[in-house]
Design a protein around this ligand. Structure first.
Ligand SMILES: C[C@H](O)[C@H](O)[C@@H](O)C(=O)CO
Ligand SMILES: [Mn+2]
Length: 424
């Protein structure tokens, strides 16, 4: 470890101790947290089904940065590089459309764990936990933007079968890796313009979900999550699976609620929702994302809201009840760097929250000293969390600062650029 980093850390530890913060405990707690990296950042949500059609589902990926991963080996190599630059031990979040069945395409209602055997082998070899998502878009039977709420019972049945199969695949992931898989269900269903029937699609979605979740599966292997949304492209007027719908569903059925930071009205913040929903739910899943004016899925940066989410997780003692996942897709920059930037930022925010002089802040609030609370909150923003971060990273063999970008640049030169020469 660099001498400067060690010395700066020692000074930072003293500074925090003066405010009653135990830096070693904070580092230990951070080291126990895992972030689920979303596979779809690596290939612009294309997947391996060989479809050249649109992603659909109201999702949009913009940018033409060269070097997109085109198959499982490339995507795993990119993930290896990203994970080597993110301190700690993390997870991978797969979509069903990343099944590997070369030469004999398998439709979504016929998938099984065997189609993910290479992912399972990779995860076991690396000691990485796996999470999962059924894919309810980029498919001819989702071409009209409707799946589980479709008025045609045959189409609904196809998607229900896909949901059932995906829970079993999630359970196989959990079994193989020894850590429960969170299988998250998000559907694009909605309507571009004002529908006259808002009730029918929601009633159909409700019964489809109940059919998907009918089979009991041990939560030590698979945990079910449901993700609502405000709107999508082409579904601006009405979203069947809205926040209220899934909140009620999760509470009534004992499911995890997935809160995606980009899925609310721009004036709403996810940080304020955590303590509300966790008053009723045992567990939740976060899709940490960054909307810019809309659900644009920008790479996560160290914003006030990211700090606020992390603070809520720590202050509310929710870290053991909330699964942390990323959800963004940016094709305008190096895709591997995008993972690294987003994941490191979430971890930095969590570290800053773990280093908060919370006992003093709570005491000030309890005494009604709101001036003191505000003053300390503001002073705490410039406490030397960066010195602790550098130390934490170097202790885990990862660069603390921008030097990590050198590894990305050489990977781009040696690997990603060759994909371009080969026609990627
Ligand atoms: C690709 C994912 O399923 C997707 O991002 C989903 O989680 C979502 O947030 C849709 O807007
Ligand atoms: Mn999401």
């Amino acid at each position: 470890m660099d001498r400067n980093v060690r010395e700066a850390f020692a000074l930072a530890r003293e500074r925090y101790a003066e405010l009653g913060v135990d830096v070693d405990r904070a580092i230990d707690r951070l080291g126990r947290l895992s972030v689920s990296l979303h596979c779809w950042q690596g290939d612009d949500v294309v997947g391996f089904e060989g479809s050249s059609g649109e992603i659909g589902g109201g999702l949009a990926v913009t940018g033409r940065y060269p070097g997109r991963a085109r198959d499982g080996d490339e995507l795993r190599a990119d993930l290896d590089r990203a994970l080597s630059l993110i301190p700690g031990s993390h997870r991978l979040n797969l979509h069903a459309s990343y099944a590997e069945a070369p030469g004999r395409p398998v439709d979504r209602d016929a998938l099984g764990p065997e189609h993910f055997s290479r992912w399972i082998d990779w995860a076991k070899r690396r000691g990485v936990g796996l999470d999962f998502n059924p894919t309810f878009f980029a498919h001819p039977l989702a071409a009209d933007g409707l799946t589980l709420s479709h008025p045609d019972p045959a189409i609904r049945r196809f998607w229900v079968d896909h949901g059932i199969i995906c829970r079993r695949i999630g359970a196989a992931f959990g079994e193989a890796t020894g850590t429960p898989c969170v299988t998250n269900l998000w559907i694009p269903d909605g309507s571009k313009d004002l529908p006259v029937d808002r009730k029918g699609p929601r009633e159909r979605l409700l019964s489809s979900l109940d059919a998907i979740f009918a089979e009991p599966i041990d939560s030590a292997r698979n945990k079910d999550a449901v993700e609502g949304k405000l709107f999508g492209i082409g579904a601006e007027a009405y979203t069947v699976g809205s926040h209220e719908f899934y909140l009620a569903y999760a509470v009534s059925r004992g499911k995890l609620l997935c809160l995606d930071a980009g899925h609310y009205h721009p004036t709403e913040v996810l940080s304020d929702k955590l303590s509300a929903v966790l008053a009723f739910l045992d567990e939740a899943l976060l899709h940490v994302s960054r909307g810019v004016r809309w659900d644009s899925d920008h790479v996560v940066t160290l914003t006030d809201e990211l700090d606020a989410i992390a603070q809520e997780l720590v202050r509310g003692d929710y870290l053991g009840r909330v699964h942390l996942g990323l959800d963004f897709f940016d094709a305008s920059i190096n895709r591997v760097a995008a993972w690294v930037i987003g994941a490191r930022n979430l971890l930095k925010a969590l570290l800053r929250a773990l280093l908060e002089p919370i006992d003093r802040l709570r005491a000030l609030e309890a005494e009604g000293d709101l001036t003191g609370r505000l003053a300390l909150l503001e002073e705490a923003k410039l406490l030397p969390s960066g010195a602790v971060w550098d130390y934490y990273c170097q202790e885990r063999g990862v660069p603390g600062g921008i030097e990590w970008l050198d590894a990305i640049r050489s990977y781009e030169r040696d690997v990603l650029a060759k994909r371009v020469e080969a026609g990627a």
